[in-house]
Design a protein around this ligand. Structure first.
Ligand code: NAD
Ligand code: MN
Length: 512
C-alpha cells in the first residue's frame, strides 16, 4: 500500500497528470511515464550485524554509563522501529571526557613519537576496511541512506581519510616546512547526521594525526556507527582518553562548546547552530572551524554533454535523499536547452527507485527524521504557494517511515525561499540564464557558498566561471566527488576553515 505523501496532492491531479507543469513543454511532452516502471525482486544487502540493546558513553577508553542515567531511542527512519538506546551525556560527562582527553594529551599522545601515532591511525583505517560491510549496513539502518551510498561512498571514504592522515603523521614538518607545527590540545568536535561515520572520520583523522586528543559528539539520530567506531578504537589499542565519544542532543553539544578546557571546536551542522557556537566562543581562546549549510548551484551551459550532465545533476541532489550540505540543490540551465533538460530530468526522476535503503536497487532511501521530513514539506509548500511549479512523480512510498519522492521546481525566482534556503531533501530548484555572467550572478545570489558545479564542453569556460563563483568547492563536469587531499569548506554563511588536505592539517596545528 502506498501512503500518500502530503505534499503530493499539491502536485499531481487524480488522473496522474501533474497539476503544475512546465509551461515551456509542448502538451505531448508533459506526460510522465508513470506506471511504466517494472519492479525488481528485492535485493537486500546482507551481512551479520549486531546492534546492542543499549550504547554507553565512551570515555577514557571505557564504555561508561551516563551521569544522568538516561538513554534515548535511535530509530530506523525507514520503518520507525526502535533500533537501540543511546546514552544521554550531560555537562558532567562532558567534563569527565575533557579531563580524560587532557590527561591523554599531556601524558601520552603529544609525547609519543609521531610515527607511533601514525601506526594507530593506520590500524584504525585497516579495521574499518575489514568491517566496512557491517558498518555500511548499520549506517543505512540508523540514518536511512541507501546501502549503495553507505557501502560505495561513505565507507571507502572513511577508510581513505584515516589512511591519508596516518601518512601525514610523521611528515608534518614537510607539510609545513620551517614552521614547526605543534598540536592544539583538546578538540571538541560536533557532527551532523547526514554522513555520520564520514564526518567522524573527517574530524578525528586530522586531529589525531596532528597530535590532538578529542571529545566527539555524534548527532542524536545517528550515533550507532560512532559507538562501533569506539569499539574499533579499543581494538586498535588506541591509548585511553585520546578519543572520547559523548552522545546526546544539542545540550550535550553546548556543554562541549562551553567547556573551558577545550582548545578548539570543530562543528559541522546547520548555520543556525553555527552562529550560536560562534557567539559563544567570542572572547575565549578557543579556535573554531565551522562547516555549515549550502545551496549549491549546478550551472549547465548549452554546449555541455547533456545526458552526462543530467546524470550528474541527478546524483548530486537525489541520491542521498538530498541530505548533503553540498548537494546541487539549484540547477541553472542555459535558456536554449531548457526544454530538453527538463524533459530529461523529468523522465529520469520517474524511474528513480525510492524505497528500502537496505535494498541494493534503491536510489533514494528514507529521510533521516520526522523533523527533517516536516522541514522538506514546509519548504516545498512554500515553493508552491510562492508560485513555482512542482514536478513530482507519483511513486509508491512505503507505508511506514519517512519518505519524500524526487521532485523539482521550475518557474523559480531568486527571491523564492526554495531558491535561498536549504531544503536538505530530494528537491531541486531549476532556474534559467542567458549569459555566463548571469549564471555567475545567480549562482552567487544566496547567503551560502559551499559548493557549485559547472557543466560545459569548453575548458576555458570552466576556468572563467569557476574563478568567479563564491564557493569553497567547484566541480566541473562531475559532482560530489570527494578526496581527502582536497580541502573542503565554505564561503559566507557556509562557514569558515577547511577540512582535508594541507589546509585541514593546518586547522589542527599551531605554529611556532
Ligand atoms: P544541527 O546544527 O541542529 O545539528 C548538528 C549537530 O549539532 C548535532 O550533533 C546536534 O546535536 C548539535 N547541536 C545542536 N544544537 C547545538 C548547540 N546549541 N550547541 C552545540 N551543538 C548543538 O543540524 P541538523 O538539523 O541536525 O542537521 C541538518 C543541517 O546540518 C542541514 O540543514 C545542513 O545545513 C547542516 N549540515 C551541514 C554540513 C556541512 O558539511 N556543511 C553537513 C551536514 C549537515
Ligand atoms: Mn537513527
Amino acid at each position: 500500500m502506498a501512503r500518500k505523501s502530503p505534499s503530493r496532492s499539491l502536485a499531481v491531479q487524480d488522473n496522474g497528470a501533474p497539476a503544475h507543469f512546465v509551461t515551456a513543454l509542448a502538451p505531448e511532452d508533459r506526460r510522465l511515464n508513470f506506471g511504466t516502471k517494472w519492479d525488481y525482486a528485492p535485493a537486500p544487502e546482507t551481512a551479520p550485524v549486531k546492534i546492542q540493546p543499549r550504547y554507553e558513553l565512551f570515555i577514557d577508553g571505557k564504555f561508561v554509563t551516563p551521569h544522568s542515567g538516561k538513554y534515548f531511542d535511535s530509530i530506523n527512519p525507514a520503518n520507525e522501529k526502535k533500533l537501540t538506546e543511546i546514552a544521554q551525556g550531560d555537562a558532567h560527562d562532558v567534563d569527565r571526557a575533557v579531563k580524560a582527553a587532557r590527561r591523554a594529551y599531556e601524558k601520552t599522545w603529544s609525547k609519543m613519537p609521531a610515527r607511533e601515532r601514525g601506526k594507530y591511525i593506520y590500524r584504525i583505517a585497516r579495521i574499518i576496511q575489514e568491517k566496512s560491510r557491517e558498518l555500511a549496513i548499520l549506517e543505512t539502518m540508523d540514518g536511512g541512506k541507501t546501502i549503495k551510498e553507505s557501502r560505495d561512498v561513505d565507507l571507502p571514504l572513511v577508510a581513505t581519510h584515516f589512511f591519508y592522515h596516518a601518512g601525514w603523521t610523521d611528515k608534518l614538518d614537510y607539510a609545513f616546512p620551517g614552521r614547526k607545527p605543534r598540536p592544539l590540545g583538546v578538540c571538541g568536535q560536533i557532527i551532523p547526521w547526514n554522513f555520520p561515520l564520514l564526518m567522524a572520520a573527517w574530524k578525528l583523522a586530522p586531529a589525531l594525526a596532528c597530535g590532538n586528543t578529542v571529545v566527539l559528539k555524534p548527532a542524536e539520530t545517528t550515533s550507532i556507527t560512532a559507538m562501533h567506531l569506539a569499539q574499533i578504537l579499543q581494538e586498535a589499542g588506541l591509548p585511553d582518553g585520546v578519543v572520547n565519544i559523548v552522545t546526546g542532543a544539542g545540550e550535550t553539544g553546548r556543554a562541549i562548546v562551553e567547556h573551558d578546557d577545550i582548545d578548539k571546536i570543530a562543528f559541522t551542522g546547520s548555520t543556525d547552530v553555527g552562529k550560536i557556537i560562534a557567539k559563544a566562543l567570542v572572547g575565549t581562546k578557543k579556535k573554531l572551524t565551522l562547516e555549515l549549510g549550502g545551496k549549491a548551484a549546478n550551472i549547465l551551459m548549452e554546449d555541455a554533454p547533456i545526458d552526462q550532465a543530467v546524470e550528474g545533476i541527478i546524483s548530486g541532489i537525489y541520491f542521498n535523499q538530498g541530505h548533503v550540505c553540498c548537494a546541487g540543490s539549484r540547477l541553472l540551465v542555459q535558456e536554449s536547452i531548457f526544454p530538453t533538460v527538463i524533459r530529461k530530468l523529468r523522465d529520469r526522476i520517474t524511474v528513480l527507485r525510492v524505497g528500502d535503503p537496505l535494498d541494493k536497487n534503491s536510489d533514494i532511501g528514507a529521510i533521516n527524521s520526522k523533523m527533517q521530513l516536516d522541514r522538506i514539506h514546509e519548504l516545498v509548500e512554500s515553493g508552491v504557494s510562492e508560485g513555482a511549479e512542482l514536478v513530482q512523480p507519483r511513486c509508491k512510498l512505503p507505508e511506514r517511515g519517512y519518505w519524500y519522492p524526487p521532485s523539482f521546481f521550475t518557474g523559480v525566482t531568486a527571491t523564492h525561499r526554495i531558491a535561498q534556503e536549504e531544503i536538505f531533501g530530494p528537491v531541486l530548484s531549476v532556474m534559467t540564464f542567458r549569459t555566463p555572467e548571469e549564471a555567475i550572478e545567480r549562482a552567487n545570489n544566496t547567503p551560502y557558498g559551499l559548493s557549485a558545479g559547472v557543466w560545459t564542453d569548453k575548458g576555458s569556460k570552466i576556468f572563467k566561471i569557476a574563478n568567479k563563483l563564491r564557493a569553497g568547492v567547484v566541480w566541473a563536469n562531475t559532482y560530489n566527488k570527494f578526496d581527502p587531499t582536497s580541502p573542503f569548506g565554505g564561503y559566507k554563511e557556509s562557514g569558515f576553515g577547511r577540512e582535508g588536505g594541507l589546509h585541514g592539517l593546518a586547522a589542527y596545528s599551531q605554529f611556532a
